[in-house]
Every structure is written in structure tokens, then in C-alpha cells.
Design a protein around this ligand. Structure first.
Ligand SMILES: Cc1cc2nc3c(=O)[nH]c(=O)nc-3n(C[C@H](O)[C@H](O)[C@H](O)COP(=O)(O)OP(=O)(O)OC[C@H]3O[C@@H](n4cnc5c(N)ncnc54)[C@H](O)[C@@H]3O)c2cc1C
Length: 323
């Protein structure tokens, strides 16, 4: 276990926005977390960070960041758990290499297994939660390690029980299961077009997903961002306009792409300070030269929310977690 005081957070997040944390603990196992619980010199609150790919620190953090040690050499062995610190895309690649169908549609999502389970990360018609058999979670209120299943996790769209009970549980490791007779899922994005004439093996689907993603989304190593900044809003029928794309929900509401609303308000490529709306996908606020401050990002965020509210009377909510 490693403890640093007043550590920089920019290198620990894909947004790359400058901020510091009063303490940073890099931990590997439950024993380390028990030490953290007992160490009163570590300021509270405690905040878990995995790949830092869904986080915006809006200022210095006065508590302690618990950074899961990432093991770049970790191997996925079917039937055995992987650590919460495993890089999600390594897991997807290794599963696809082994011919396992399921996680290939999640290829290219940055971050770790732990962060993905908290967020119930998803893309191209798949969500990580649907493949979870059991996870071991550490309870920061009792110091106990519990084995929990998919039902306990209460997964829904970009949500889980861990997100609802923010800060209480830490993912130690997770065991996944994949149905053997699963069919490829190609109904989302341009996947079926990308795969025309190609046998949709898990590896072929993974490569198609990566091609489509790379053509639209900024690459974290080159351009800072936290991916989709806003959630797609669920809109009452009376607010729908004739040309508005929509996906009707059983509740009677319609899910409308936030990217379309933001685009209609003319925000593609708009800059405030060092922050910019990604021109190829206006759902993403990015940090193209790694010079943006949190206040640049929040200024742009608030302008977008106000413009969409004024033009469509729809309230956008952030997908990126503000800390
Ligand atoms: C370019 C780009 C593209 C993206 N595309 C997608 C996409 O297609 N689909 C999608 O769903 N997301 C996407 N994202 C968002 C992000 O990558 C995912 O939400 C990812 O799963 C977050 O994982 P992480 O390890 O980075 O979590 P972090 O950002 O580090 O943390 C997210 C949350 O999980 C908690 N947490 C992290 N690790 C643990 C742990 N071990 N135990 C308990 N709590 C923990 C944190 O406290 C925080 O609340 C994208 C991001 C970027 C930058």
C-alpha cells in the first residue's frame, strides 16, 4: 500500500483536469482497505478511483482517493475471477481472443472492471452487469468482504447499487459468466454494416466496435475527456418535435439522443477556455490540449444545459460524476 499527500489527480483521470487530493492511497487488497479504515490521519471522505474515466474533479479534493492498483499483466482465465483493477478493454480483448461471446461489444470503453460495474458501463447493446455472476465487495462501514450476485447489484441504465450507496462498497474482484449459445449483437450503431460479408466472431465484432468507436470518440491518450458528458434524457410526449429522433419507452416517455439536442443548439466545436465540445460527437466535452480547467468545463456544461432548456424545454443531466 502506498500513501501520498497532496497528490495530483490529472494523471489519474482521462479528463486530465488539474486538481489535487489531500491523500492518495494505492491499494491492492482488503487488508490494505482495513488499514485505511484504521488510519485516522487519512482525511475523509474516501473516494474510490479506477481508471478515472467517468470523473470530473471540480476542485481540490479534501478527502482520500483510494486508487485500485492496476496490474497491466493480469490475465483473464474463464471461470476464475478478475480483479476490480483489471483494465476493462484487456478483459474484452482476452475474452474475444478465447472465442468467448459477450463482452466484445464493450471493447474500447476506458477504465477498470470495478468502475465499469459501478457504472454498469455499456455500449452497442451490451452492459457489463448482465454478465456478472458474483463479485466480492469490501464494506467500508464494517471492514467485511461480502460475496454478492447480480440481483444484489441492482443494475440499471448506467447505474448500480454501488452507485446508489455511493462510497460504501469497494469492488475487490468479479467473476463473469457467458451463455454458450449467445448470438452476436449487431443491431446497434453501424455494426451490421461494418461486418457485412464477415463472419461475426467475437474478435471480428470487437474489431468492428473499435473501428466505429475510433471514428467518433476522442482517444484518451491524445484528447482528454470522460466520454459522454450527458445522459440521454427521457422526454414527455408533448415535448417531442416532429424531427426529433426518439426511442419510445414502456413508461410512455421517449429517450432522445442528447447529442442531437446539443448539435441543434449549435455547440459542435464550441470552446470555452481550454474545454471544447468534440466536433465529431457533441455529447463529449473534451480537453483537447490538456489545458482546460474544471471551471472551463463547468462553464461549457452550464451553457449547454441552459441552451437545450431554452430551445427544447428539456433538462440535460450529467453522466460524468462531479466530485
Ligand atoms: C473516450 C471515452 C469513451 C467512453 N465510452 C463509454 C461507453 O461507451 N459506455 C460507458 O458506459 N462509458 C463510457 N465511458 C465512461 C467510462 O469509461 C466508464 O463509465 C467506465 O466504466 C468507468 O470506469 P473507471 O474504472 O474509469 O471508473 P472511475 O471513473 O474511476 O469511477 C467511476 C465510479 O466508480 C467508482 N469506482 C471505481 N472503481 C471502483 C471500485 N473498485 N470499487 C467501487 N467503486 C469504484 C468511483 O468512485 C466512481 O464513482 C467513456 C469514457 C471515455 C473517456
Amino acid at each position: 500500500m502506498k500513501i501520498e499527500r497532496w497528490a495530483e489527480l490529472a494523471p489519474l483521470t482521462t479528463f486530465g483536469i488539474p486538481a489535487r487530493t489531500a491523500a492518495l492511497v494505492t491499494w491492492a487488497d482488503a487488508e490494505d482497505l482495513r488499514h485505511v479504515m484504521a488510519d485516522e490521519s487519512l482525511p475523509r471522505p474516501l473516494k474510490a478511483v479506477g481508471g478515472g474515466s467517468n470523473l470530473l474533479f471540480t476542485g481540490d479534493f479534501e478527502g482520500t482517493v483510494l486508487l485500485r492498483e492496476v496490474r497491466p499483466d493480469e490475465r483473464f482465465v474463464p471461470g476464475l475471477p478478475v480483479s476490480g483493477g483489471m483494465v476493462l478493454d484487456d478483459f474484452c480483448r482476452q475474452a474475444a481472443d478465447a472465442g468467448i461471446r459477450g463482452p466484445e461489444n464493450l471493447s474500447g470503453i476506458p477504465g477498470t472492471i470495478g468502475g465499469a460495474l459501478v457504472q454498469n458501463a455499456g455500449a452497442y447493446g451490451a452492459e457489463i452487469g448482465e454478465f456478472l455472476a458474483v463479485a466480492r465487495v469490501f464494506d467500508l462501514t464494517s471492514g467485511e468482504v461480502m460475496t454478492v450476485n447480480r440481483e444484489w447489484m441492482q443494475f440499471s441504465y448506467r447505474h448500480s447499487r454501488l452507485k446508489a450507496e455511493e462510497g460504501r462498497y469497494i469492488i475487490i474482484d468479479a467473476l463473469f459468466e457467458f451463455p454458450e449459445d449467445a448470438a452476436p449483437r449487431l443491431d446497434y450503431g453501424n455494426l451490421s454494416r461494418e461486418l457485412q460479408g464477415v463472419e461475426p466472431t467475437p474478435l471480428a465484432v470487437r474489431q468492428a466496435v473499435l473501428r466505429v468507436r475510433n471514428s467518433k470518440l476522442p482517444q484518451p491518450a491524445e484528447v482528454g475527456s470522460a466520454g459522454s458528458f450527458f445522459r440521454n434524457p427521457e422526454v414527455a410526449p408533448e415535448l417531442l418535435e416532429p424531427d426529433m429522433p426518439r426511442f419510445l419507452l414502456p413508461s410512455g416517455l421517449a429517450k432522445v439522443p442528447a447529442a442531437w439536442l446539443i448539435d441543434r443548439c449549435g455547440f459542435k466545436g464550441v470552446r470555452r477556455g481550454g474545454a471544447m465540445v468534440w466536433p465529431l460527437q457533441p455529447l463529449v466535452i473534451c480537453n483537447p490540449e490538456f489545458k482546460a480547467t474544471a471551471s472551463d468545463v463547468v462553464t461549457l456544461e452550464n451553457e449547454i444545459i441552459s441552451a437545450v432548456k431554452e430551445r427544447f424545454n428539456i433538462t440535460l443531466l450529467a453522466e460524468v460524476e462531479h466530485v
